[in-house]
Design a protein around this ligand. Structure first.
Ligand code: SER
Length: 496
């Protein structure tokens, strides 16, 4: 029996991002789900750096390590994924920050109910004509296929079997996982039902993933059935906004476009008149501005490690793309303010934390602008010599001395049709690690007396490193050779 479509009026179909979010949460609340607030982007889970999916806060529940908050829950979870960062702005649908709408069952309903509600939500609540829908199921999941075909009434030609890579979902190499079934939107149903290729990005976009979470995978890769069979789903808010707002990509939805408009105004350009590269830069700025605002809001500050490095990299990409568009003055604070204005209704914490957010943006941008200018000069010189590629040593110098993330050098090189010697970069990095290690072990504490004696005869010197970011010159005032005060040194001497 097919699930009937009701005659919901067009006016009631959600359209804005806020309407889609609210409609999803109410739909599941009406069906007995507890509405849960979004968790922080900084997960408690040590296996991932950032919250990458709506299910992450519930991982201990799925594993039976924590009491379930309710048998059923629904949320709109803030997420960040950086594995696709190179695709941001280049495809219609990749993001760093995005919101995942989800409905979850903790040992309560399972496959059939999840499928039926997902279909009802898509076709009835969101008003999508079934001729625009295609579903995928895991290669071995006969049951899911049968439910889609016989219970929901989907045309069998529009049910596609897929392998592990696409239809077996896990939050990481270990942990809860299971086969999944995805719902795709077909932008070109007129092409028919034969030979459907869901990898065709121009034609299809996956918007809803239903995970039938029933295993735990251990470090050896062994799957053990979980005590309970669970449901974990994720519907991409930005993707649904693209579909319902009938815009060509996620960036042109009301969830991001205002930020593109802000950046376009700053650059004095018209988004719709720009070429692909210009539009890509604006899309990167729009996407990353939301991401950095949310990251700082949740307590991340820029650094060279872990989450801090992700934030730094995103911030620097915004600056870099701003410069490509001709924005040379600092503008991250303006982007931060625009992001806060855009996000505040759904995420009030950005207002509470606005001072911290704006201060971090300002500090990190000015730091970067100084090094960027020097680095860009160096890179321009390198490029002038028309190399076949950027050497590992050059990329490393840009990274180490000028604070250029490797990816930025790669991006700039790519714009010139060049690549970067990654192996050489790694080698230079390793050599530096070795040097740092050697330096750490070669500090000889027995020299301290000799150093103190020499220092006693010298005038005080000022340490300028806290105030000066420029290179500064100074004179060597004293020298120890092999632990003795000296006035010169020869090749091979160990000096302090
Ligand atoms: N956890 C699944 C995903 O991220 C469904 O939410 O796609």
């Amino acid at each position: 029996m097919a699930v009937a479509r009701s005659s919901r009026s067009a006016a009631a179909t959600p359209r804005t991002g806020a309407e889609i979010r609210a409609a999803f949460l109410s739909f599941y609340e009406e069906r007995g789900h507890k509405v849960m607030a979004s968790a922080s982007l900084i997960p408690e889970d040590p296996t991932v750096l950032l919250t990458i999916a709506g299910m992450l806060p519930f991982k201990p529940v799925f594993l039976g390590q924590q009491k379930r908050p309710a048998p059923r829950a629904t949320s709109s979870q803030k997420c960040i994924r950086t594995n696709d960062i190179e695709n941001v702005g280049r495809t219609a649908r990749h993001h760093t920050f995005f919101e995942m709408l989800g409905n979850f069952s903790f040992g309560d309903y399972f496959k059939q109910q999840a499928i039926e509600w997902a279909w009802e939500l898509s076709t009835d609540l969101f008003g999508i004509d079934p001729k625009h829908l295609v579903v995928s199921v895991f290669r071995e999941d006969d049951e899911a296929e049968q439910i889609w075909r016989d219970v929901v009434g989907v045309n069998p030609k529009r049910i596609i079997r897929m392998d592990e890579a696409d239809n077996f979902w896990a939050s990481g190499p270990t942990g809860p996982c299971g086969p999944c079934s995805e719902i795709y939107y077909d932008f070109k149903p007129e092409l028919g039902d034969e030979g459907i290729d869901l990898e065709d990005d121009e034609r299809f976009i996956e918007f809803y993933n239903l995970v039938f979470m029933q295993y735990n995978r251990d470090a050896e890769g062994t799957l053990t059935p979980l005590a309970n069979r669970n449901i974990d789903t994720g519907l991409g808010l930005e993707r649904m906004a693209q579909i319902l707002q009938k815009v060509p990509n996620n960036y042109e939805t009301d969830l991001i476009f205002p930020l593109i408009q802000t950046a376009a105004d700053l650059a004095g350009v018209d988004y719709h008149q720009l070429d692909d590269a210009g539009q890509t830069s604006l899309k990167v700025i729009g996407d990353h501005s939301r991401a950095v605002t949310q990251l700082i809001c949740d307590g991340v500050s820029a650094s060279n490690l872990g989450r801090g490095y992700i934030l730094r990299r995103l911030l620097r990409r915004v600056v870099r793309h701003g410069r490509l568009l001709g924005i040379h003055q600092p503008f991250l604070v303006t982007m931060g303010q625009a992001s806060i204005a855009l996000l505040q209704d759904a995420h009030p914490s950005v207002i509470e934390r606005q001072e911290v957010i704006l201060a971090e943006l300002e500090r990190e941008e000015s730091r970067f602008l100084e090094t960027l200018e020097r680095g860009e000069k160096l890179l321009a010189e390198v490029l002038e010599s028309k190399p076949k590629q950027i050497s590992g040593a050059q990329a490393f110098e840009l990274y180490d001395t000028y604070g250029f993330p490797l990816e930025l050098t790669q991006e700039i090189a790519e714009e010139q049709g060049l690549d970067v010697d990654l192996a050489g970069f790694e080698q230079a990095m390793e050599q530096q690690r070795q040097r740092a290690k050697a330096a750490a072990v070669s500090i000889d504490l027995t020299l301290q007396d000799a150093i103190d004696q020499v220092a006693a005869d010298l005038n005080a010197t000022a340490f300028e490193g806290y105030d000066l970011l420029e290179q500064s010159s100074s004179t060597v005032q004293a020298l120890l050779v092999n632990g003795e005060a000296a006035t010169s040194a020869s090749d091979g001497d160990v000096v302090q």
